[in-house]
Design a protein around this ligand. Structure first.
Ligand code: XMP
Length: 514
């Protein structure tokens, strides 16, 4: 079935993924492509509408990103946002130039006429602006539909041609009613019906997997994280016993994590699959003995993980498919989707154990954003503690223990971390940090317990708020939460006599300690 699709053409804007996510929140499927994508390829996708993103360039400079002008005569509605709006105006004969005053931040915008794009939007609405250039004069055929004191053309449209330009960013939450505007575009203007729903995604994907896999055997490395768990659950539903999941306990997991994963995927759990839980704790502890350099630890763990996985795969013999929990941001950030970011080459894309014998990859989550993966997980009946999980690094607690790793230190950090998470989880969901954990510093200091002098470890608590994990702010938690956790940790966890709170943003610190 052809899914109704909106295409986001990426001109290097920082919010490109956010636009696609917002459109999908309106139950319309949306994909991101670079502005360099040939028009023929975009046409072949048969989209219901196009959105041009923002970007850092000036539309009137000759080397700036541009697009095949034939796109404007195609007849498919186009919404230009920020740079996208300026580019549209510039290409169609309007005047774009440096604004006398840069506009940045929340700005009160006056909406001048009731148009389908702004249906249900009040006459004055706070919008997020971020631009140095502005549209001084719209292109012929366009009517101005919104302005601000510093921006004569905050929005303009040529409804007959289906062309819409807005200077502000509807996709960021600082813009009031921003999602409503995108909703108006995809429904009122592009005529979408809203067919993108997670229950139908699960249903279709299960059918597609059955068709693709046939009677073949599938191997899946299950980490217990959200993506690999949902990937495994989809495959379990599709092909049952043809699926073998390998879960490696490297001894660096959080408290009870192994039990939680085994309860869902193991014997007596929700799925009828082959589940192998490898207890490789000693293998990893031995390799990590007396190693204290962060990069060395990471490398040892990465390599050993592949060795363990290969050992298990060998026992199974040849498989037909290897399943991976690659998700859409992995694809986009690896430079395969949009324009803006070859920010990091992601570990899920292209990093395969090359000695495992398989015919093809299956990546059933390749089209989904993280929040959609979680929704799919809920549809599949996975418990909340798996689908709502915060990110947890592959090397696990080894990079939350500064210096060398021992089983004793792992036990200390596991206990402290469990208490910290328990206390933070008492807060309403909206107030919780994006990532919060405890890390064991390598510092021992003097304390007093009862009448005894102690010389024990200091644990550090971390709580950050971030959307992209590239930068992070410190979450302003209630003092009572921190005090309760600190008090419980020194009372309940042996070998800790001091609790520190890390107030460092990223940058200059990273989220993890190593
Ligand atoms: P940093 O510490 O670089 O972390 O600020 C940013 C985000 O990435 C996670 N992280 C990792 N995830 N393997 C992973 O799968 C890793 O080696 C790794 N190192 C860091 C970290 O938890 C944070 O969410």
């Amino acid at each position: 079935m052809q899914q109704e699709t909106i295409i986001v053409l990426d001109f290097g804007g920082q919010y490109n993924q956010l636009i696609a996510r917002r459109v999908r929140e309106c139950n319309v499927y949306c994909e991101i492509y670079s502005y360099r994508t040939p028009l023929e390829k975009i046409k072949a996708k048969n989209p219901k509408g196009i959105i041009f993103t923002g970007g850092p360039n000036s539309a009137y400079l000759p080397e700036s990103p541009t697009i095949d002008p034939a796109i404007y005569g195609w007849g498919i509605p186009i919404l230009g946002i920020c740079y996208g709006s300026q580019l549209m105006m510039h290409m169609l004969g309007g005047k774009v130039c440096k604004a006398p005053e840069r506009e940045y931040g929340k700005t009160l915008v006056d909406f001048d006429s009731a148009t389908p794009l702004f249906a249900g939007i009040p006459a004055q609405n706070t919008c997020w602006m971020s631009h140095n250039d502005y549209i001084a004069q719209p292109a012929p055929g366009f009517a101005i539909t919104a302005h601000t004191p510093n921006c004569p053309v905050a929005a303009a449209e040529d409804a007959a041609r289906g062309l819409y330009a807005i200077q502000f960013h509807p996709e960021v939450l600082h813009t009031q009613n921003g999602t409503q505007m995108l909703h108006n575009f995809v429904y009122n203007i592009c005529g979408c019906a809203g067919t993108w729903k997670m229950d139908s995604f699960v249903e279709h994907t299960v059918e597609e997997l059955r068709e693709k896999i046939g009677g073949g055997k599938v191997l899946c490395a299950l980490s217990g994280g959200v993506d690999s768990s949902v990937c495994a659950a989809l495959l379990a539903k599709a092909v049952g016993k043809q699926l073998t999941c390998v879960f490696v306990d490297h001894g660096l997991l959080r408290k009870n994590e192994r039990e939680q994963v085994c309860a869902v995927f193991g014997e007596g759990g929700s799925f009828d699959i082959n589940f192998i839980c490898v207890d490789a704790r000693d293998r990893f502890y031995n390799k990590l003995k007396e190693q204290s350099a962060p990069e060395t630890k990471r490398k040892i763990i990465g390599e050993e993980f592949i060795r363990v996985f290969e050992d298990e795969a060998k026992k199974l013999g040849a498989v037909d498919y290897l399943a991976q929990g690659t998700i859409y941001p992995d694809v986009v950030e690896s430079g395969l989707g949009g324009e803006s970011a070859v920010i990091k080459s992601h570990h899920n894309v292209g990093g395969l154990p090359d000695t495992v014998d398989f015919k093809a990859l299956v990546e059933p989550l390749r089209d989904l954003f993280k929040d959609e993966v979680r929704q799919a997980g809920r549809e599949l009946g996975l418990p909340e503690y798996l689908v709502a999980r915060q990110p947890f690094p592959g090397p696990g607690l080894a990079i939350r223990i500064i210096g060398d790793v021992t089983p004793e230190k792992v036990a200390i950090v596991q206990e402290a971390d469990a208490i910290w998470r328990e206390e933070v989880d008492k807060l309403p969901v909206a107030e919780r940090p994006s990532q919060y954990f405890a890390a064991l510093t390598n510092m021992q200091s003097v304390g007093v317990m009862g009448d005894e002098r102690t010389y024990d470890y200091a644990i550090a608590l971390r709580a950050v708020t971030t959307t992209d994990f590239m930068t992070a702010e410190i979450t302003p938690l209630p003092q009572a939460t921190i005090l309760a956790a600190a008090s419980r940790i020194v009372n309940e966890v042996k070998n800790i006599n001091r609790v520190l709170f890390d107030y460092t943003t990223k940058p200059p610190a990273t989220i993890e300690f190593e």
